[in-house]
Design a protein around this ligand. Sequence first.
Ligand SMILES: NC(=O)N[C@H]1NC(=O)NC1=O
Ligand SMILES: [Zn+2]
Length: 444
Amino acid sequence: MHDVVIRGGLLVTPDGVLQADLTIEDGRIQAIAPELGASREVIDATGLHVFPGVVDAHVHFNEPGRTDWEGSGTGSRALAAGGGTAFVDMPLNSTPCTVNAQEFARKQTALAASSITDFALWGGLVPGNRDDLAALADAGAVGFKAFMADSGLPEFPRADDLTLFEGMTEAARLGLPVAVHAESQEITAALSARLLSGDGCGVRDVLASRPVIAEVEAIARATLLASETGARLHIVHVSSGRGVAVAAEARARGVDVTIETCPHYLCFTTEDVERIGVAAKCAPPIRDASERDALWRAVLDGTIDLIGSDHSPAPPERKRGGFARAWGGIAGVQATLAVLLECGHHARGLPLTRVASLLASRPAARFGLSRKGTVAVGMDADLALVALHETHVFDQFLHRHPMSPYLGMSCRGAVTLTIRRGETIFADGTITARTRGKLVTCTR
Ligand SMILES: NC(=O)N[C@H]1NC(=O)NC1=O
Ligand SMILES: [Zn+2]
């Protein structure tokens, strides 16, 4: 007898959407076939779509050290409520940052105690820690994250060009990707200083202080360094069509580069930021409709590889003091799948198999999470059951602070059940997890 059978669902597999039963044994998908036999637990998925659980490759759960901003307990619950089963935590905004093996172990212990989803960890690449990268790789880090512009937190200094060059050389030797926050320091720092010393501190002024060229220039430089060093490169949260184009041109020349964007760049425009305010402040900033539409074209034609939330909340006091001084970072970890279903599938015809690849199989494959991200026999039974045509209104979130630009938004596509390694961790609006998530190490 199997542990669990999911009956009659529409499975979103790499080969297409098929109606079939799915059995789970020891936390893995054991069989997929039209009709499978008896089991201890039956989940009726008639009329529901069965997606691979979201693998969010870009979150800041800030644990240890800054759990008043977020924590992996609250963050992972929000992720699970949105159909997520694993996340990859950034090396900041936890303190101390994950820049050596000791801090990696500390974060692993903290997350294993509080996260209800599985998790993997990014190491950080900062000036002076090149000799720590090998031990981070041995501990199971998926890669190394660097900021090309100020990170907003002094304890995670930005990587100058030499740090990037030497770090990428080492990352190439280790076979792991370097992820870059690609914005020009020269342009953004000078314009930010001019902004804060001047009179115009409105939303439009702040957005103009981080122009598209700052992103384009940094992406071009990062791809040049990756080409020179042979490093695998991942550009996080690309916010402009030209940014995507520059990365894609490098890929066409043979650079191993992947492109990530976030739901907020696909869902909102400058007008929305003016309407919503600080909840929609982030860096790089949300841009005008032409950039949003260019990003959608790149999602639809497959140029953009994957989508992460860049969930980066802060307590309410950090969101006060005017738009220019408020913390840049968006709380969105619970919304990703629903936003992609509403704005991508329903509104723009994005196939469900592509939703699954952007949110689960591509991030898992790129970052070496070998048993994650795909509805297929032998993979971890990480699944999200979705009522595709049911309208869901985001009226509350499970992350620590309620502020989010998605509050009040209505999406077709409601997550009814989330299963992590065979255990139902979210059902009908309630967290049901009994056990904790585990570290997933990168298979190099
Ligand atoms: N430190 C941090 O989380 N920064 C993030 N916030 C944001 O808006 N963009 C980022 O890179
Ligand atoms: Zn981030």
